[in-house]
Design a protein around this ligand. Sequence first.
Ligand code: COA
Length: 251
Amino acid sequence: MVEKQDKIAWISLHRPKKLNALNAALLEELQLLFTSLEKDNSIRVIILTGSGEKAFVAGADIAEFAHFDPIQGEALSRKGQNAVFDRIAHSTKPVIAAINGFALGGGLELALSCHLRIASTNARMGLPETSLGVIPGYGGTQRLAQLIGRGRATELILSCRMMEANEALAVGLVSQVVPQEELLATAATLADKIMQNSSNAMAHGLQAINAAYQEGVNGFEEEIKRFGQCFGHEEFKEGTQAFLAKRKANF
Ligand code: COA
């Protein structure tokens, strides 16, 4: 499921017969992977995609939870959010979702927990949970509204319609749309561009951005503290000295 190359970890969700639907085993794998990648100094950017040409992830595995009661339902959502989706959102390394097809339900929520999203022209995105009698449970009601606005998110959640790639681009759900055969190369180019910059500053930047959405945390205060912390890191010295010496920084 993971390949490491040139400081990039490529995670490919692979459950082709079920359109990469997230079952307990896949979620467990994701949890373990993100825990170990966080500590892996050889990795600077993580790219998440779906195997095959049809789906990124077609949702949480409906067959797995269809018989659950309310207590099991709540536990499923809580465990998923804590162990996987929040872990990705709070990763100190940039995570890019390369959405190569259907990203529905838990699949779109997975992409939403990533820091950046790019999509292929055939991608279709939506939160169809209310058609199943349930609501998004892996952060979708919160993160979709934060990203594209409450009105648009409500419309998608209540209508269960799928958004096409170009509409997703227009509303800021994804930042680039490219033909499917160019998607991974585009993700790699984006990762390379990111890796020219200070990893330490990026880690602080990601946490400061997240602070806006954390209860009881003042985002501006968090920014001030993290801004200060950057000054104590060697990458700050390198970045500023390189600028003053009119050379490229080497991070
Ligand atoms: N959970 C479990 N199995 C799923 C799944 C999911 N979320 N999404 C797809 N699958 C399975 C299908 O049951 C089917 O399995 P089978 O071949 O054993 O019958 C297989 O993946 C292929 O899907 P299929 O529906 O035949 O493909 P399609 O091209 O006709 O339709 C979708 C594609 C994505 C439109 C359709 O699969 C779908 O609506 N999936 C569910 C989306 C959803 O509601 N997600 C939110 C879950 S919370």
